[in-house]
Design a protein around this ligand. Structure first.
Ligand SMILES: C[S@@+](CC[C@H](N)C(=O)[O-])C[C@H]1O[C@@H](n2cnc3c(N)ncnc32)[C@H](O)[C@@H]1O
Ligand code: SF4
Length: 452
């Protein structure tokens, strides 16, 4: 049983800190000209990471929190791809010549909505305008349901290196409640088809906290997941945000596990995966000990970006497509989220920026503190010493470090002479601990999902 004050704490809504400041604090004052100038001012031989967003699916999963729309026709997908390729060319013109790409990620929605020819077109268009570094990683989010051999061949043919398969849960009642029927056999077929092509790195996404899920059902799903021998497993807590995602109203609140049950599911799943030979990475990832993600976590080199945890040390993440977010040294920008407006701006020859935020020195310092906590489970004076933020801000952060007495008493954090260490017992509370260094949270511009 979890003590009631802990339940209250983990039921508190806080951001997932895939950026700082977080997306609700982006504003319309950041325009296309800012983004263009920020791309042009990248270091001459910048290391780049590219994200391409495909916001289409052929059926709607009711739990889905992603930016996507449902279409049964190919026409809008084909039209969108034309705009996406044009955006890639426009942005590439602004990027310094010697910049090269170390990571590519296609996400969605479902990138597998693209036809095999369009998969190749997007792959070729990227290589035409960007130099890829040797060993460039290329990951694609894949919904295994109904995925045909032609698309698998096309993805392998353009150099895919990691497959990220969406599983969520294998239990039939849970699948029915989230409108996502997906058999283990079909998932296995897709994993094996990519392996037969030599795509050796496999990630699987699963979720706890779904309707009608309980500990036993979750562990049965994870047992099947582990039997597919993935290198990485992302186990997300279901984010129920029906005020942002209307279709989540299809999930009756009474079918959802409560906060306490969510906590039990998350911790029981972690014990199960650790016993199966995986290492816990950050708040929601697990990796085989020899996988690059686990190695980076051990070496303190783990990073966090919009795709979650990564080993990607790139100077800039450039996001393409409707709603995509870019993270550049000067700040963040987000593209127009609706595909219609996005395509209209592209057809006018404009980079389709809707909002963003420029970083000041305080933001950079707080971002470094929060990323250090989320990735390394510690922060210390060195981060403050390297920062050019005003001394007053550093003083505030030092004072914030002193306000963890309750957490220290519970054994979640250790206040060292010059920093904070989050213990293994404190790991489930990392988002809450990081949130204490978030200067924007008090302004309450956004509603977030619960902390666990
Ligand atoms: C952007 S989605 C795309 C995956 C792909 N379309 C699929 O369904 O297999 C990536 C992952 O986000 C996770 N996800 C989506 N909605 C979520 C939510 N409301 N809460 C937690 N995780 C969610 C799922 O695990 C999903 O596999
Ligand atoms: S979970 Fe994946 S397939 Fe389902 S609606 Fe969301 S993006 Fe589409």
């Amino acid at each position: 049983m979890v003590a009631s004050d802990i339940v209250r704490l983990i039921g508190k809504p806080v951001p997932r800190y895939t950026s700082y400041p977080t997306a609700p604090h982006f504003h319309a004052g950041i325009r296309e000209a800012d983004y263009g100038a920020w791309l042009e001012s990248l270091p001459r031989s910048a290391d780049l990471s590219l994200y391409m967003h495909i916001p289409f699916c052929d059926s709607l999963c009711w739990f889905c929190g992603c930016h996507t729309r449902i279409t049964r026709r190919y026409e809008p997908v084909g039209l969108y791809l034309g705009g996406l390729i044009r955006e890639i060319r426009m942005a590439a013109e602004k990027v310094p010549d010697r910049a090269a790409v170390s990571h590519i990620h296609w996400g969605g929605g479902s990138p597998t909505m693209l036809s095999p020819d369009d998969i190749r077109r997007l792959g070729t268009a990227t290589r035409e305008v960007f130099a890829l570094k040797p060993g460039c990683e290329f990951a694609v989010e894949i919904d295994p349901r109904g995925l045909d051999q032609a698309r698998i061949d096309a993805l392998a043919g353009i150099g895919l290196t990691r497959v990220s398969l969406g599983v969520q849960d294998f239990d039939p009642e849970v699948q029915w409640a989230i409108n996502r029927e997906q058999s283990f056999e079909e998932t296995q077929r897709v994993a094996e088809a990519f392996r037969a092509h030599g795509v050796s790195s496999l990630n699987i996404d699963a979720i706890y906290g779904l309707p009608h899920q309980n500990e036993a059902r979750l562990l049965a799903t994870l047992d099947k997941v582990v039997s597919l021998d993935p290198d990485r497993i992302a186990l997300f807590g279901y984010a129920h945000v029906p005020w942002m995602k209307k279709h989540q109203e299809m999930i009756p609140p009474e079918s959802l596990p409560g906060i306490e049950e969510r906590f039990v599911q998350a911790e029981s799943a972690a014990r199960f995966l650790i016993a199966a030979g995986y290492v816990r990475v950050g708040i929601d990832h697990f990796a085989k000990p020899a996988d690059a993600l686990a190695v980076a976590a051990r070496r303190g080199a783990l990073r966090r970006n919009f795709q979650g945890y990564t080993v990607d040390p790139a100077d800039a993440l450039i996001g393409f497509g409707a709603s995509a977010i870019s993270s550049l040294p000067n700040g963040y920008t987000q593209n127009e989220p609706t595909t219609g407006r996005y395509l209209a701006l592209i057809s006018e020859g404009k980079l389709p920026i809707a909002r963003g935020v420029a970083l000041n020195e305080e933001d950079r310092l707080r971002r470094a503190v929060i990323e250090s906590l989320m990735c390394r489970m510690e922060m210390d004076e060195r981060i403050l010493a390297q920062s050019t933020a005003p001394e007053a801000v550093k003083g505030e952060i030092r004072a914030e470090m002193d306000q963890f007495r309750d957490e220290a008493r519970r054994g979640w954090v250790i206040r060292t002479r010059d920093g904070l260490i989050v213990t293994e017992a404190g790991r489930p509370f990392l988002r809450l601990i990081a949130a204490r260094f978030d200067a924007y949270l008090a302004q309450a511009a956004g509603r977030h999902s619960v902390a666990v």
